[in-house]
Design a protein around this ligand. Structure first.
Ligand code: AVJ
Length: 315
């Protein structure tokens, strides 16, 4: 029964939103972007001309798939953290010569279920797809490996690591190392580059990133019964060079009262809800971070323009 995805624990969206509104500076985890609507908007972001990370990472994955497949070997189990639409595993599956088990973990259950079914149909022989609905930032108990599986390979593409503060990233990598011991982690991270390129990637001309950012308020209205006036908030994204990160905020354009859980919260004009950090890395900086987490950094693959990097980290 590969598609009886395990039911996720209810997420603490309500308590996190209350906390975000109660204390300044207001900030909310970017994981709340990814409901059905948000996951669809994110897929559209990945197609935008300005949003280079997905394209660059896919080009590295395609170009280096044979070498990556050699690193993985056969009879491996691949666990993808925050798997989304399951596009990125395809070049790897195409290049693998032995059978594999593939465990995509994602918080958006329906999106994952549909993507997992499509992938399983496309690779009926080559791979067994076992979707897991859950929050991969928590130390989920993964199903035990069958005896045939030699080692577990983590796959964490998309520079999602960049959503975490450095201390949090270190803690998360340590947890992954615990899950992958004896195997390896294939980690994709975005690289520091011309701030104009970074700025454009998060301020696209079609406004899809703005819609993605604002969707978290729409989601709160739908799921928590808040009364955010979406029109009163502006998408705001910029590169914070000293911190090496792109920040996304929702900026309040006029004074607001927000009702939630029997309480009333106020936001003034110019106040922001900080919705995401997207840290950018140097290759050396990432390797140092990985070493601190207990990994042994090995091969690095990049595109010719060094926009994006994929790291093979022995666990
Ligand atoms: C999927 C978290 C890597 O930070 O670039 C895209 C999400 N936010 N546009 C990123 C995102 C705005 C993306 N990550």
């Amino acid at each position: 029964m590969p598609f009886a995805a395990e039911t996720a624990m209810p997420e603490p969206f309500l308590s996190d939103m209350v906390r975000a509104l109660a204390a300044a500076p207001h900030s909310l985890s970017p994981k709340y972007f990814y409901d059905e609507q948000g996951s669809r908007l994110f897929d559209r972001i990945c197609e935008l001309p300005e949003y280079y990370p997905t394209r660059c990472e896919m080009s590295v994955l395609r170009a280096c798939a044979p070498d990556i497949a050699r690193h993985i070997g056969c009879d491996a189990e691949i666990v993808e953290y925050g798997a989304g639409s399951l596009h990125k595993i395809r070049p790897i599956l195409d290049a693998l010569d032995g059978p594999a088990r593939y465990l995509p973990i994602d918080i958006s259950g329906e999106h994952l279920g549909a993507s997992a079914r499509a992938l399983q149909e496309a690779y009926p022989e080559e791979v067994l797809v076992i979707p897991i609905v859950g929050d991969y930032t928590e130390d989920l108990a993964l199903p035990a490996c069958p005896p045939r599986v030699k080692r577990r390979i983590g796959f964490f593409p998309g520079s999602t690591l960049g959503n975490m503060h450095p201390a949090e990233a270190l803690r998360f990598l340590r947890m992954l190392r615990g899950q992958l011991r004896g195997g390896a982690l294939l980690l994709g991270v975005d690289l520091i580059k011309d701030p104009a390129i970074l700025h454009a990637a998060y301020n696209d001309s079609q406004g899809v990133t703005a819609a993605f950012n604002l969707n978290v308020l729409a989601r709160a209205n739908r799921e928590l019964g808040t009364d955010f006036d979406l029109d009163a908030y502006a998408h705001c994204a910029f590169y914070n060079a000293p911190e090496h990160r792109v920040e996304m905020h929702l900026m309040c354009r006029r004074p607001q009262e927000i009702h939630l859980d029997g309480r009333c919260f106020r936001m003034s004009q110019g106040d922001t809800l900080h919705t995401e950090n997207s840290y950018k890395f140097t290759i050396g900086g990432l390797r140092t971070l990985a070493s601190e987490a207990g990994f042994v950094p090995a091969t690095v693959w990049t595109d010719p323009d060094r926009m994006f990097s994929l790291h093979w980290l022995e666990a």
